[in-house]
Design a protein around this ligand. Structure first.
Ligand SMILES: Cc1cc2nc3c(=O)[nH]c(=O)nc-3n(C[C@H](O)[C@H](O)[C@H](O)COP(=O)(O)OP(=O)(O)OC[C@H]3O[C@@H](n4cnc5c(N)ncnc54)[C@H](O)[C@@H]3O)c2cc1C
Length: 472
């Protein structure tokens, strides 16, 4: 460890306590590798502040000597943004700032339908707090027990309720964040209308830890539906799934969630102990959760009867955990089933292009002269497909990524639907953004973080650093 790092850690111990500055390789190992196992970094220490004030002082100390900070919440991100850079060749200390101890959740404001939470509170804990007041947290995803408030805001997570409630950005009423120089930015109001200048909370949403460290968030809450029904239909074609979703809306049902799976994915989760949703397998499966007034089960049963290409179907009252389980266990099962770290690409295309895109993506595996087993699933109502390529030898990961992004570009889609860019996709941002757009993003980064201290290399790649750190 350099003299710089030594001196910094002494200062940081004074701020957060010696027990919250971890340096021993065994204790910090889990903070240096991401959920996928594909991205691994190096850091001098993991620092675990408890309060906004402590975060402010930690960032201030780092800024004074140009030390780099990688912000980490639940470490469930799938694009390598939550771990530090692979090599520290800058000569400057690098720390992981973990929000693991920042888990406070305020009392729910039942009238204003909102709740404040510290950045490290999990999605599950926030939803549990909301439920005590008869409300629900509109953000939900399979990583709910680990993913944090700071994480879902920083990645602008989508998740399974996005089709009904919108993305995480649209759930944020207020934010508190520590800027790269240690100052605290606070926009904390339950006002629904507040147009005073630039919408900085919206800008921080989706910034993946590159602009500021989010310390607290004021979230909107929603009234959950009183009754809902879950249907899983095995269908012949992607078009049949899309038709069923459209028909449900046309019949006055509210679509709460709409997920698409394939037989390859269902077979895999079944091998790992999950019940098959339908007795007869289909090439595709659509899971639809609907709410509404009246006899929604009968309406849904009628709709299923009219569905083109229907192979088989089941209906259960929500929460229908076993039906959801087959869908939600996909990510973990896929990770356990690949002989190499899974190439995970989270893309979106216009809904009308989904059938063509599914067919072309399935071909990416077949056209490869190395092992490449595709498993596709996703939030079909949002045009979002999670492309998982298993068993791909590391040296071919970039080639298959290029092929997938070629399909996406040809179908007018986006290379990142909801997971962000992280470290995984920095080389591909030009596919979705013009030079002018990328230059403007670099200018925003420079305005927030002129020394390039926060999550260097994430989103904009290594060229993102706009100024040299001060000499210390
Ligand atoms: C099983 C599984 C299912 C998933 N399903 C979905 C899904 O349906 N939809 C979806 O969108 N994602 C999904 N994800 C991805 C992941 O859960 C989300 O990206 C989530 O928002 C990450 O939250 P986190 O707390 O784990 O953040 P981390 O992984 O710790 O960090 C993610 C990014 O946010 C930054 N960050 C974290 N906290 C802060 C903070 N306080 N201030 C500033 N920056 C911060 C990090 O630097 C990093 O760039 C899934 C992941 C898994 C493993």
């Amino acid at each position: 460890m350099s003299a710089h790092a030594d001196a910094l850690l002494t200062q940081l111990r004074a701020v957060v306590g010696a027990g919250n500055v971890l340096t021993d390789p065994e204790s910090i190992e889990g903070f240096l590798v991401d959920w996928t196992g594909r991205y691994r970094g190096e850091a001098d220490a993991v620092v675990r502040p408890r309060t906004t004030e402590e975060v402010s002082r930690v960032v201030g100390e780092c800024a004074s000597i140009g030390a780099r900070i990688c912000v980490q919440g639940g470490n469930t991100g799938l694009v390598g943004g939550s771990v530090p850079p692979p090599r520290n060749d800058t000569g400057r200390p690098v720390i992981v700032l973990s929000t693991a101890r920042m888990t406070d959740i305020d009392e729910v404001d039942a009238v204003g339908r909102c709740v404040g939470a510290q950045a490290g509170a999990t999605v599950d804990a926030i939803d549990g707090k909301a439920a005590e007041a008869g409300l629900a947290f509109p953000v939900d995803l399979a990583s709910r027990e680990s993913a944090t408030a700071g994480g879902v805001v920083s990645t602008n997570a989508g998740g399974i309720r996005m089709i009904r409630r919108g993305n995480t950005r649209s759930q944020v009423l207020g934010i508190e964040a520590v800027l790269a120089d240690g100052r605290v930015l606070r926009r904390w109001t339950s006002l629904v209308k507040d147009n005073v200048g630039y919408d900085l909370p919206a800008l921080l949403a989706g910034s993946e830890g590159t602009l500021a460290v989010i310390t607290r968030v004021l979230f909107k809450l929603v009234v959950p539906p009183s009754t809902a029904t879950v249907a899983v239909a095995a269908v012949e074609h992607v078009e049949d799934a899309i038709g069923l979703i459209a028909a449900a809306s046309s019949r006055g049902l509210t679509v709460e969630a709409a997920e698409l799976m394939t037989e390859a994915g269902i077979e895999l989760v079944h091998e790992h102990g999950h019940r098959r949703p339908t007795a007869t397998p289909g090439p595709f499966y659509v899971l639809l959760e609907v709410s509404g007034v009246g006899d929604i089960e009968t309406t849904m049963a009628e709709l299923l009867g009219d569905t083109g290409g229907l192979v088989d179907a089941v209906l259960e009252p929500a929460p229908a955990r076993a039906l959801w389980g087959a869908r939600e266990s996909h990510t973990e099962t896929i990770a356990r089933s690949s002989t190499t770290p899974v190439v995970k690409l989270d893309i979106s295309v216009p809904i009308r292009a989904l059938p063509e895109t599914f067919a072309e993506l399935a071909e990416v595996g077949a056209a490869s002269d190395f092992p490449c087993r595709p498993i596709l699933f996703g939030h079909v109502g949002d045009g979002n497909i999670h492309v998982n390529l298993l068993d791909v030898p590391e040296e071919h990961a970039e080639t298959v990524t290029g092929r997938v992004f070629g399909v996406v570009a040809a179908n007018g889609g986006s290379i990142s639907a909801e997971h962000g860019i992280g470290r995984a996709k920095t080389a591909w941002t030009h596919l979705g953004r013009s030079d002018v757009d990328l230059d403007t993003m670099r200018a925003v980064k420079a305005a927030f973080d002129p020394q390039g201290l926060l999550n260097p290399g994430v989103i904009l790649g290594t060229g993102a650093r706009s100024a040299d750190p001060p000499e210390s």
